[in-house]
Unconditional design. Sequence first.
Length: 402
Amino acid sequence: MRDAFIYDHVRTPRGRGKPDGALHEVTALALAAHVLKALKVRNSFDPSILDDVVLGCVDPVGEAGGDIARAAALVAGYGITVPGIQINRFCASGLDAVNFAASQVMAGQQELAIAGGVESMSRIGIGASGGAWAADPSIAIPAYFMPQGISADLIATKYGFDRETVDRFAAESQRRAARAWAESRFTKSISPVTDINGIVLLDHDEHMRPNTSVETLSALKPSFATLAEQAGFGAVALQAHPGIEFINHVHHAGNSSGIVDGAAAVLIGSLEAGQKYGLTPRARIRAFANIGSDPALMLTGPVDVTKKLLKNAALKISDIDLFEVNEAFASVVLRYIQAFDIDPTSVNPNGGAIAMGHPLGATGAMILGTALDELERSQKTRALITLCIGAGMGTATVIERI
């Protein structure tokens, strides 16, 4: 099996996922086409050489539906011969898109592809595509369906993360993101979004609140306590984990991921394709894996899939220099750090989704790019990128800087 290399990556800034957000007037299709165009311009390749475009999208309905990857390739001027496929593994969709494209290259079935993801959460609301898991008792009851925020509170309770701990983590995410922007750590990977007249709509991550502190966060009320009590989901959580007497509700908007719009794209190919088309590899995709996990805890999949991935790749946790763990909720990353007893400074050194937002289908590709940029900046070698996933799953990828 041959290697798959990352030649480049680009992302949009993240816009607040509300009607007054800077990217609200930009459709998911336009966001996806934007990053495809940016990759083409940055690398001066003839897009007709591409074997596929693979994009994650978690709510592919309405204007974001109908295989948005193929539509975006056409809008980006890639030509009629370039196919596209949309995939959905909830929050890991963007990273799975990368892994999907990489596997094709590794198997010798493709030479050069683009993978990534897109979500316009201000235009297509979260959960707009529905799903049997929440609606059909035949799966909701045995899988202990509950909203993710209650699962995050269940994790915090089970593993001992109190309100001050999760708030401290959230404030640190904001501090790190603000520092990264102040030091221009994202600059070479951001492609500002413009309107049809070329006027810049957004050139920075709009969701950030750099003045956030533990004190300001302490004033926010828990977001999921009422839902747990009045809708009965708290009882479901305790039924799934009877060893827990009560749930300590610690999560709120300030220590949970932000709802945002955005897109990302990664150029992936074989070594031979890079040599043929004059592309310089930036990283090698070493290994990747997926796993199912406890659907009630739901968000502990990053721990489980990391164990699987390291075993399959014959690596140890000490072989990883840098970790990007999606900040769906503070307790998710805190549990990851706790489980592997790793240095917190090696995890999300430039902040994460609590500060900058989580554009669902795009996030996995975004944080993979963030990890690569940080490896280059810090002159380190190996990064592990992982995300928790709805219904209890995990996806992870290891990349190595060239």
